[in-house]
Design a protein around this ligand. Structure first.
Ligand SMILES: [Fe+2]
Length: 337
């Protein structure tokens, strides 16, 4: 046995041991890139109700995806839970998912938030919204993502780098609707309106808008909800615009999960996914991160209720994955660092 194969073999053996044996029936092995205590409470509830033990391995998305690939057919993993359609697409491309046909999942999750062939399912969603400094006033004529490219907003916009997957998926959505040429013209227009080179993350950009340093930014809804939740004064400083309400709808992305090709407990894995889409489980699952549920009957957090309802983009989340490469090339050409 070559050293590399030996290492992989020992790794798989160790994982199998740690996860309590891949052959047992009453368990499900979850590889998750989500790290929330409330998720743990939810898994405990699933255990109590079904008698199926949840064994959890937490790591960063790409680490988990490559781990499943390396473990191959000896992988003890049943499910991969991750965040962003772009990462689900990466997992899909690496060939680790196996399609699931579940009437329960189909009826509960809207079609645009799950893979057309059942390779993965959206479990929660987040909107990429436009925010503005209330101290500097509501920007006139800013209702759509497209408006951000209007020269009237010169030196007004602060936004994070284009290497960030949230920005990549947002542009991927625009490519789906308008094609690459228009998406590129838009990216160039936004770059021309930047106040400073792309920097920070969504949270630091919310702070920059709250302080009035920046007039406008683009951020994920849950960062804003989280900041309002911990500091209600933010609400009086930062305004929200849900873009494209009279056209394509606001861009949303998902947290999602798929059953793995070599899942040793496939039936339990499907039960686990179905459980996560029950209205009560959905409320807990999304409350962990102030995300929106994919099941409309689930309860929203108080902050999200205050932030208001909106019409969302119906483009299939799998298109966001397929257009990632084109989006990255466009950002490069547009000089959006
Ligand atoms: Fe995030």
């Amino acid at each position: 046995m070559k050293l590399y194969s030996k290492v992989i073999f020992l790794f798989v053996l160790a994982s199998t041991f740690i996860l309590g044996g891949a052959s047992g029936n009453q368990e499900v092995n979850v590889y998750s890139a989500r790290h929330y205590d409330t998720d743990l409470a939810l898994y405990k509830d699933f255990e109590k109700r079904t008698g199926i033990k949840v064994n959890l391995v937490e790591a960063e998305s790409y680490t988990l995806i490559e781990r499943v690939v390396n473990e191959g057919k000896y992988s003890p993993a049943d499910i991969l839970v991750t965040v962003d359609a772009g990462r689900l697409y990466r997992a899909e491309e690496r060939g680790i998912f196996s399609p699931v046909q579940s009437e329960v999942l189909k009826s509960r999750i809207p079609a645009h938030l799950r893979h057309p062939d059942g390779l993965w399912f959206g479990l929660s969603k987040r909107a990429r919204v436009i925010i503005y400094s209330k101290a500097r006033g509501k920007p006139e004529g800013l209702n759509n993502y497209q408006d951000l490219a209007n020269p009237r907003f010169k030196k007004k916009i602060c936004v994070r780098s284009s290497s960030n997957i949230y920005n990549i998926s947002m542009l991927a959505g625009m490519i789906s609707h308008e094609g690459e040429a228009k998406a590129e013209a838009w990216a160039k227009g936004v770059v021309a309106n930047l106040r400073k080179p792309p920097s920070g993350n969504d949270t630091s950009n919310i702070k920059a808008v709250a302080s009035g340093e920046c007039a406008i930014s683009i951020v994920n809804s849950y960062y804003l909800a989280r900041m309002i939740g911990s500091n209600p004064a933010i609400e009086s400083k930062v305004g929200v615009i849900y873009p494209n309400q009279s056209s394509t709808g606001t861009h949303v992305n998902i947290s999602g999960a798929g059953v793995l090709k070599h899942s040793p407990h496939r039936k339990n894995a499907i039960l686990f996914l179905e459980y996560l889409t029950e209205a009560r489980a959905q409320s807990l699952f999304v409350a962990a991160n102030n995300e929106y549920p994919v099941v409309s009957t689930a309860e929203l957090t108080e902050t999200l209720k205050k932030m208001g309802t909106f019409r969302e983009d119906q483009v299939n989340a799998s298109d966001l994955g397929k257009n990632q490469a084109a989006a990255v090339r466009i950002y490069d050409r547009a000089g959006w660092r």
